[in-house]
Ligand binder design. Structure first.
Ligand SMILES: Cc1cc2nc3c(=O)[nH]c(=O)nc-3n(C[C@H](O)[C@H](O)[C@H](O)COP(=O)(O)OP(=O)(O)OC[C@H]3O[C@@H](n4cnc5c(N)ncnc54)[C@H](O)[C@@H]3O)c2cc1C
Length: 294
């Protein structure tokens, strides 16, 4: 999204009375306990940005990064901030692991940084272009998506299982060894005899997210987490602590913008009711609502 749209909304909310304080790490700069003591209600909306790793040989080689290390840094430099040792795709063979929205953002960014090549690998099968019979409307169908980032170029390969990252003489990543994915008893494994190398000077891991960053949330706020590491909340978005609410990915797990917006509005209604005893605000979704599925 172009930043001018964000600037417009931020200006509107500031004029309405919202105070924004950027660069404050809650749990470090201010403890969660201090925050609770200072305000009658607190909404935890810290997202679910703990990345899924790929513990294969060579994972620690220079040049192998989580997607968010790369994307956040590019956002900062794009906004004019100085950063230490920028990760750049310029002139490099880039391999992006993971075929979702985060992977697409990496593909688009690498092209704009003038990468020599961009290859996107996904471990699973290529989805079809037609809605599958077992996912009729209005279900969210698994389809082959072509986003604006994909239209900018690059190669997409499916059924690619990563075996290891290989280094050059300087000890940096130079290639990735992959094999064709084979399905064995429902498990995805590299098929023996199909191994090959793909040149890679920069590898970006976009393999999904496992939940919210929870160290300070559990050690300071003492909120319980569910089996997926998301913060537990009741039907009113409230945690086990009165006046502490959770909205968005921190409670739902990594999801979509539309859910975060709807949850933000519903949590605002819950906070208003908590503070005022009643509310006129709309609550478009419940914490337990999900996309339609059979
Ligand atoms: C790379 C990427 C691409 C995506 N692409 C799409 C897409 O194309 N379409 C779509 O619908 N969804 C997409 N999503 C998902 C979507 O962005 C999220 O579902 C949505 O942003 C969740 O909103 P949220 O407010 O819950 O959390 P977030 O938007 O993640 O916001 C959480 C905020 O809390 C801040 N924070 C975290 N911890 C602390 C702390 N301790 N102190 C202070 N601040 C803190 C973070 O810095 C962040 O600014 C994408 C997600 C990612 C990561």
């Amino acid at each position: 999204m172009e930043k001018k749209h964000l600037d417009l909304r931020l200006a509107q909310m500031t004029a309405e009375g919202t105070r924004f304080r950027a660069g404050v790490n809650i749990g470090v700069d201010i403890t969660w306990d201090d925050l609770r003591a200072r305000y009658d209600a607190v909404v935890v909306a810290t997202g679910a940005l703990v990345p899924r790793d790929l513990p294969v040989p060579g994972r620690d080689l220079p040049g192998v990064h989580f997607a968010m290390e790369y994307l956040v840094q590019q956002n900062r430099t794009g906004a004019g901030d100085a950063v230490d040792s920028q990760i750049t795709a310029e002139g490099k063979h880039v391999v992006v692991l993971g075929g979702g929205d985060t992977g697409a953002d990496c593909i688009g960014t690498a092209h704009r940084q003038l990468a020599a090549s961009v290859t996107n690998l996904a471990i699973g099968r290529q989805p079809g272009t037609e809605r599958p019979e077992h996912q009729p409307w209005p279900m969210n169908a698994t389809l082959f998506e072509v986003s604006s980032a994909h239209e900018e170029g690059g190669t997409r390969e499916y059924l690619a299982s990563t075996i290891e990252f290989l280094s050059n003489e300087a000890g940096e990543v130079r290639a990735i060894r992959v094999a064709e994915t084979e399905y064995l008893d429902g498990r995805r494994v590299p098929k023996a005899g199909t191994e090959r190398e793909i040149p890679a000077d920069l590898v970006l891991l976009a393999l999904g997210f496992t939940g919210p960053e929870s160290t300070e949330l559990t050690s300071q706020l003492h909120v319980p987490l569910d089996g997926r590491s998301n913060v537990v909340r009741d039907g009113n978005y409230q945690t086990s602590h009165e006046g502490v609410f959770v909205a968005g990915d921190a409670g739902r797990g990594q999801s979509l913008i539309v859910w975060a917006i709807a949850e933000g509005r519903a949590a605002a209604a819950a906070v208003d009711r908590f503070l005022e005893g009643e509310t006129q605000l709309p609550a478009p979704v419940k914490p337990t609502d999900h996309a339609f599925a059979i």
